[in-house]
Write a protein that binds this ligand. Structure first.
Ligand code: SF4
Length: 697
């Protein structure tokens, strides 16, 4: 008969930044099924990942014992097959594994200096885990070399937002699309990457909102769009500057808003003179009249909102792309009211929170700069230790520092750089070079294969903690089941390492950590743990207990010195590596509906893996025909850095001459192909554009 749950535990989805509320239905320490839960975030809706992607937690490949690399088991750049785990690693007790992990890190710190160490934290974990991790690296390792996957997704968006409006968070929640007359969705495929949010966009359109989609790929959401601008993949700045040129030329700027709330408009106006839509049309591939119509629609609407994805940010000019979006909102005054504003859609369920709590090399919690003497003193007092005032290295810079021999010890908590970093042969070489590598995860990830010691950690439903979704909503993830075997909760493991690094920490649980975070972060100072247990979610800023929280921010001013938003002109330039005769195709990477980022969870989830079991590459039908191939056949894709084979899937939404592939398949890792060239400001690699050639097979 039907197996009934013995308990129901309210929590949130572990996947995307929408952060849907859900309920785990549990029996005998097993999740039987998952149901959607009501609340502002998702009104009980879930997508396929949230509803059917939970059984990775019960996968027999879960790590259940601490593991130490066997003596003589050499590190190579090859990925370790999980079947061969016993040949390379031996089981250890927690005591031995923790001592071994910490003593290796301590030795490097003491002999080579703190900056020879680094830590990769995770946006898959809770705010408390991320806070503890960055605190460990800063106070125990003694360096700011701490970063996480935001560097590979929205770091450039955040760099532009901090520079121009003084805050990296969204101005308005997703649900505000219902209050907008016009919504621009740019560089984002929400049906795939933020599926429940996509349903709000579609509802808004049904109620009269005009949707403008701008993306190099014509995606499913375009069916709902009043305008669908399929521009050339590296021409965001050309297109957006042309739209702003049209707004200025037609006298559609909001002069009063510009005068009262901004600075730097004169320079922007001068700069835009070179970006007449007639000149930019052949550059970006969008007719000048369409550019003007879109400009009028956005500028003259009563409330218009911009939402963007990592199509905007993952370029060498990602910060410039975001600067243009911010300028567009500022020059038209489309910010600071319901149904307006700027919303970079966050990828991981806690990438907003992990960034907020300081898992970033240049800022402490709440984006307070590490180089600011006053801020540094404040944290030295709170954490009772001396801190390094020098900003740390970012993800890709850490890989380069390993190659240069300057960095030899790494602690990786829940990240998977052997899959997620660009130019993976280079990244994997670096991981293999490390003198001491500690990996804390739930599976033998591709990165764990490079470890000296592996610490078996907890999956999402196995722990309690706070998570912050893309809207700035702080929500509680609650423990529903126990970790398997000897796997431990991360909030326990990190302090155990801290103790062994000489720190005297004492936390009795996540609530204790959250209370310390409230002292460090004025944005959440008013949110109490009790309130999180009582209410479904609390949106920050919430500075005083009892504050309702602010869904819409920047109503009066911006959190910059002087309170004004800043226009930063952006000059158009092409991608770092352009197609040529030898490598004529453009290769774009991203995600697909069923698989999440590097696939460490979703590829271990039976339903999701059954739907999408094999690596696929999307190709325009004309290109596949020209190659003499058929859908479902293998094609090889090769760049100057690597070569993979994947099954061809036709997609007429692609522009001829371009390919799209998700980066979750370790048997055909898209990041073997990608280019590690960095955006100079956000330090984000160019995942969305590199040159490749293709062949059958
Ligand atoms: Fe989870 Fe995002 Fe799907 Fe919601 S939309 S169920 S948060 S993956």
């Amino acid at each position: 008969g039907l197996v009934e749950p013995e308990k129901k535990v309210d929590s949130t989805c572990p996947y995307c930044g929408v952060g849907c509320l859900l309920t785990f239905n549990v029996r005998d320490n097993k999740i039987l099924y998952v149901g959607g839960r009501d609340g502002d975030t998702n009104h009980s809706r879930l997508c396929v990942k949230g509803r059917f992607g939970f059984d990775y937690v019960h996968n027999p490949l879960r790590l259940t014992k601490p593991l130490i690399r066997k003596e003589g088991a050499a590190k190579t750049t090859e990925l370790l097959d999980p079947q061969d785990i016993d040949q390379v690693f031996r089981e250890a007790t927690w005591e031995e594994a923790l001592d071994f992990a910490a003593s290796g890190l301590r030795k490097i710190r003491d002999e080579k200096g703190p900056r020879a160490l680094a830590g990769f934290g995770s946006a898959k974990g809770s705010n408390e885990e991320a806070y503890l991790f960055q605190k460990l690296v800063r106070t125990g390792f003694g360096t700011n070399n701490v970063d996480h996957c935001t560097r590979l997704c929205h770091a450039s968006s955040v760099a532009a937002l901090l520079e121009c409006i003084g805050s990296g968070a969204v101005s308005n929640p997703v649900e505000d699309v219902a209050k907008a007359e016009v919504v621009i969705v740019i560089g984002s495929n929400p049906t795939v990457n933020h599926p429940v949010a996509a349903t709000w966009f579609k509802n808004a359109v049904r109620n009269g909102t005009k949707l403008i989609v701008m993306d190099p790929i014509r995606t499913e959401i375009c069916r709902f769009a009043a305008y669908s601008l399929q521009f050339r993949p590296d021409t965001y700045v050309a297109l957006l500057n042309a739209i702003m040129h049209a707004i200025v030329a037609e006298g559609l700027c909001n002069e009063e808003y510009i005068r009262k709330h901004t600075e730097g408009f004169e320079q922007l106006r001068d700069h835009l003179k070179d970006y007449d839509p007639d000149r930019m049309a052949p550059v970006c591939g969008i007719p000048a009249e369409t550019i003007r119509e879109v400009a009028r629609l956005y500028a003259t609407s009563k409330a218009a909102m911009i939402l963007w994805g990592i199509g905007v940010s993952r370029h060498v000019h990602g910060t410039d792309n975001a600067r243009c979006l911010i300028s567009l909102a500022l020059m038209t005054g489309q910010i600071g009211r319901p149904g307006t504003g700027l919303h970079p859609l966050r990828g991981q369920n806690n990438v907003q929170g992990a960034s907020d709590v300081g898992l970033i090399p240049m800022v402490y919690p709440d984006y307070q700069p590490v180089g600011d003497a006053g801020v540094c003193t404040k944290f030295e007092k709170l954490w009772q230790t001396q801190l390094d005032p020098k900003p740390g290295l970012t993800v890709v810079e850490i890989i380069h520092a390993i190659h240069d021999g300057k960095l030899t010890g790494l602690y990786v908590e829940g990240e998977n750089p052997a899959m997620s970093d660009p130019n993976q042969n280079h990244a994997r070489e670096a991981l293999a070079m490390l003198e001491h590598c500690v990996v804390q995860d739930i599976f033998l990830t591709e990165t764990a294969g490079f470890a000296d010691v592996i610490l078996p950690a907890s999956a999402f439903p196995e722990k309690t903690g706070t998570f912050t979704n893309t809207d700035r909503r702080v929500q509680l993830g609650r423990q529903a089941i126990d970790p398997p075997g000897d796997a431990r909760q991360d909030w326990w493991i990190i302090p155990e390492i801290a103790w062994r690094m000489g720190l005297e920490w004492s936390y009795s649980g996540p609530k204790d950590v959250f209370d310390e975070m409230r002292q460090a972060m004025v944005s959440i100072a008013g949110i109490t743990w009790d309130r999180l247990e009582r209410e479904v979610s609390v949106i920050y800023p919430c500075e005083q207990e009892g504050d309702p929280g602010e869904p819409v921010i920047f109503v009066e001013d911006f959190p910059r010195k002087g309170g004004r938003g800043l226009f930063v002109p952006a000059a158009f330039s092409r991608a770092n590596e352009l197609p040529d005769d030898e490598y004529p195709f453009v290769f774009i990477t991203g995600r697909q509906l069923e698989h999440w980022h590097t696939g460490s969870m979703t590829r271990h989830a039976s339903v999701l893996d059954a739907i999408e079991p094999d690596p696929v590459v999307s190709i325009h039908p004309l290109d596949l025909e020209a190659l003499g191939g058929k859908p479902g056949e293998l094609i090889s894709i090769e760049s100057r850095r690597g070569k993979i084979s994947a099954y061809a899937r036709i997609d007429a939404g692609l522009q001829p001459g371009s390919l799209f592939m998700a980066f979750c398949y370790n048997e055909a890792s898209a990041n073997l192909i990608t280019n590690e060239a960095l955006d100079p400001y956000g330090k984000i690699p160019e995942f969305k554009f590199c040159a490749v050639k293709i062949a059958p097979g």
